[in-house]
Design a protein around this ligand. Structure first.
Ligand SMILES: [Zn+2]
Length: 105
């Protein structure tokens, strides 16, 4: 992780400790991890789509189903604007990542 990540971790310490929140990650770190875990996805445009969904979330994009803020990473993977709960059917995203610039529910 880089220095920006360390600074954001200090600034958001209480935020990160909240069990209902995502774990922040940068686009590049997420893409690296995603490609390592999904070798067949190497040639798709997941990074381009993710950059778009992050921008959409910054602009207030809402879940197509329940109108909560979207989960940028999940929306990029599934191809529609959804929040974590609607995409995964789970309520606790404590083990899941979201891009640090838009790391909120
Ligand atoms: Zn939803």
């Amino acid at each position: 992780m880089n220095l920006n990540y360390r600074n954001s971790k200090i600034n958001r310490f209480n935020f990160i400790e909240d069990k209902d929140m995502f774990t922040p990650i940068t686009v590049d770190d997420f893409i690296k991890s995603y490609i390592e875990n999904n070798p067949g996805e190497r040639n798709n445009n997941i990074k381009e789509v993710l950059i778009e969904t992050v921008a959409d979330k910054k602009n207030g994009a809402k879940c197509d189903i329940c109108q909560q803020p979207i989960w940028a990473i999940g929306s990029a993977i599934v191809g529609w604007n959804g929040c974590f709960t609607c995409i995964t059917g789970e309520a606790d995203e404590s083990e899941d990542y979201e891009i640090e610039d838009v790391c909120f529910r």
